[in-house]
Write a protein that binds this ligand. Structure first.
Ligand code: GDP
Ligand code: MN
Length: 392
């Protein structure tokens, strides 16, 4: 789950990182009131989960409450990289002498957190990463942790001033706690600003939480933004299914992540395009099958850019690919039959199943006028052909 900046800053503040006071607003007059209560210069910041808000006009200084009203009104009217701005953060402004970049990211290849640090932070960091990657220092954090002297040594050549080095090192140690105790896969501060008086501040927060840790963080539920999730993604999360929406036209419902990936590979191999990855898991539960069909059919409409969903369904055919090990094929068959009874499908359904109780499953399906193949190859080729027929 990606956090909005204001949520990331809430998390940062809990761990003692230096963030400036602020509040979110969904209307311009609210922004004016917040600016008045903060006093002085404020920054109005679009709360959308895309990078480069600054360059897109989504970050503006305001020197009075009335200016805050105007800037908030303008920013709330923006759509940044396809994301309409619904909320702005109104926060106290800082004077900036320097902007550094600091982040901790999960380095999957080394299986360790990785510190990334650059003296050239700010809105051009992507450009720095592209043209001068050497200007971004990378340092793994060993499992034994990060020592204060190591944190200071990282900043010493960049900042030199002893008090600034001490503040920045403290920030890095706290950011590491945010990362580990907060179960993040990314915790980023850009800019990590140095004020003319030598204070070091976190002026932006980008945090990605590891969804696998949700069970031990009750507060995450309040952070989840319903607008960031499609109805299908929400249903999948609630039912415990692994679901990734893709851009193709062949819906896939598979048990097991490995088989799901193999299914997508085979669809691609035969020239098709999967509409999703969906793993219903290893359990025998007809309800999951029903949910899976609802997810794929309900989440299958494609909206033209900025418009309402079109009348035509994106998914042109659906493939069930079930290898019955712990999963019982008869349970899946029952789930399919039940689901079709309550909500008939508008697109062809191809079923491949083999393994535990497959004969029983075949009987259940044929009693309801459905058939299944045991061959994955055949199932995939059939579903591609059906999707092409629908498209024609
Ligand atoms: P991003 O573009 O989405 O990463 O948004 P940021 O929050 O990083 O803001 C972009 C840029 O706006 C920063 O790099 C700063 O240059 C500027 N900015 C943000 N906050 C302040 C502030 O408090 N004071 C000043 N003077 N500039 C700011
Ligand atoms: Mn930023």
């Amino acid at each position: 789950m990606n956090l909005h900046e204001y949520q990331g800053k809430e998390l940062f503040a809990r761990f003692g990182l230096p963030v400036l006071p602020g509040q979110v607003a969904t209307a311009a007059d609210e922004a004016r009131d917040i600016a008045a209560s903060i006093g002085g210069t404020v920054v109005i910041k679009a709360q959308v989960q895309v990078g480069g808000r600054g360059k897109a006009g989504g970050v503006k200084l305001a020197h009075s409450p009335d200016e805050a009203f105007e800037k908030a009104r303008d920013i709330l009217a923006l759509t940044i990289k396809g994301q309409p701005v619904r909320t702005v953060l109104v926060t106290q402004a800082a004077d900036i002498a320097r902007e550094l970049y600091l982040s901790i990211v999960l380095d999957r290849s080394r299986k360790l957190p990785l510190i990334m640090l650059s003296a050239e932070g700010g809105v051009d960091i992507e450009e720095v990463a592209r043209v001068a990657p050497g200007k971004i220092l990378r340092r793994s954090i060993p499992l034994s942790g990060l020592r204060p002297y190591q944190a200071r040594a990282l900043f010493q050549p960049l900042l030199r001033d002893g008090r600034q080095v001490a503040q920045a090192a403290e920030i890095l140690l706290k950011l590491h706690r945010v990362f580990t105790e907060g179960d993040c896969s990314l915790a980023e501060i850009n800019p990590l600003a140095i004020t003319p008086e030598g204070r070091v501040l976190a002026l932006d927060a980008k945090v990605i939480l590891d969804d696998n840790a949700e069970f031990r963080h009750r507060e995450w539920a309040t952070w989840r933004d319903p607008d960031e999730e499609t109805p299908g993604q929400r249903l999948a999360r609630e039912k415990g299914l692994s679901y990734v929406r893709l851009e193709g036209d062949i819906g896939c419902i598979v048990n097991g992540a490995g088989l799901a990936m193999a299914t997508m590979d085979l669809i691609k191999h035969y020239g098709g395009e999967p509409a999703n990855f969906l793993d219903i898991g290893g359990s025998s539960n007809p309800e999951k099958v029903t949910a899976a069909l609802r997810i794929i059919t309900g989440d299958s409409r494609s909206a033209p850019a900025g418009g309402v969903p079109g009348p035509s369904s994106r998914v042109r055919a659906i493939l069930f690919n079930i290898f019955g090990g712990i999963t019982r094929c008869d349970d899946v068959a029952n789930g399919i039959v039940q689901s079709l009874r309550t909500s008939p499908l508008a697109v062809p359904l191809v079923i491949r199943l083999t393994g535990t109780n497959e004969d029983l499953a075949r009987k259940i399906l044929s009693d309801h006028g459905l058939s299944a193949t045991t061959s994955m190859d055949e199932g995939v080729r059939t579903v591609i052909a059906k999707a092409q027929e629908v498209a024609a």
